[in-house]
Design a protein around this ligand. Structure first.
Ligand SMILES: [Zn+2]
Ligand SMILES: [Zn+2]
Length: 305
């Protein structure tokens, strides 16, 4: 089902002028718990039931890791100021260096994952991650941070991505949202990652505004509606959805770059989660791919795409 042009079903309530903040930093304590709950409820009566239930448990671990998380070294104030001056993200993932806080989170997450119920293939992948030496670990971290996860090792990288999400969300939550500036189309202003999806929100004071959701640190950044989140084009934007669906999740396609990113209408369904609902709508990816569009979003938890 295709819809072209301006979405018309989300008028702003009278008296509520939307003045969205440019960025909203993640609240890791709430984010991972909500995501785990969402995945658990999505798993019920879903064809990807066992995988979504596995991810729900993994996000539950991401949440439990928050208790006792080692202090990560936030960037110094002058480094943040310099990044801002040069239009760079303050937590630039391209220049990430491993530290003691990441190592501690890594060890704890793998130990907790040992207790999880999971399919044999995931269990084997977990064992491979645990048996990796420093060089292999660095390669896996590099693959996640450069969106170059090898297709034959997706299962291993799910665990590595989970650790990195915890680490970067923790760092991002300590930033001052007011210091963040736009870096470019499809780039998180906190860490430089691409979006996992975008959301039209129903927040008070920002009703019907659209935010891109970072695939790594969870920061949300304001972005105009009906504009390609990948290349910034405003012409040739259309919306695809699965026929007969609830109309709350669509693929925003762009004729200029032939890419697409999903857009979630959270103002109509507050339970929608930018990462969980992306995984659970794999059928929409397959539909849009068949139409010749390239997936522009990044989601290390998306299965077999
Ligand atoms: Zn980010
Ligand atoms: Zn585009």
């Amino acid at each position: 089902m295709t819809q072209v042009g301006t979405p018309k079903h989300d008028q702003i309530p009278i008296g509520e002028v939307a003045k969205p903040p440019f960025a909203r930093l993640p609240d890791p304590l709430a984010m991972f718990a909500r995501r785990a709950d969402r995945l658990k409820s999505l798993a019920e009566r879903h064809e990807l039931r066992s995988y979504l239930a596995f991810l729900a448990e993994l996000c539950g671990i991401q949440h439990r890791l928050q208790d006792g998380l080692a202090d990560a070294d936030p960037p110094a104030a002058d480094a943040i100021a310099r990044a801002r001056e040069f239009g760079m993200p303050p937590l630039d993932r391209a220049r990430f260096t491993r530290d003691a806080a990441l190592d501690a989170a890594w060890q704890r997450l793998l130990a907790m994952a040992d207790e999880m119920a999971m399919p044999d293939s995931a269990r084997l992948a977990l064992a491979r991650v645990k048996a990796s030496g420093a060089v292999a670990e660095a390669a896996m971290i590099g693959a996640v941070l450069s969106n170059a996860i090898p297709v034959e090792a997706l299962a291993e990288h799910v665990f590595v991505a989970a650790v990195l999400q915890v680490h970067f969300a923790h760092l991002a939550s300590q930033l001052d949202a007011k210091t963040l500036v736009p870096i470019g189309d499809g780039v998180c202003p906190a860490c430089g990652s691409p979006p996992v999806s975008s959301m039209v929100v129903g927040w008070r004071g920002a009703h019907a505004s659209r935010f891109c959701a970072c695939s790594l640190c969870g920061t949300l950044w304001n972005y105009p509606r009906v504009k390609c989140t990948l290349c910034g084009a405003t012409q040739g934007i259309a919306y695809q959805e699965i026929a007969g669906g609830p109309g709350t999740i669509k693929a925003e396609t762009c004729e200029s770059c032939r890419g697409y990113v999903k857009i979630l209408h959270q103002q109509n369904d507050p339970l929608l989660d930018p990462l969980a609902d992306d995984v659970a709508t794999l059928a929409l990816d397959l539909l849009v791919r068949d139409l010749g569009y390239r997936r522009g979003a990044v989601n290390p938890f998306l299965l077999g795409y």
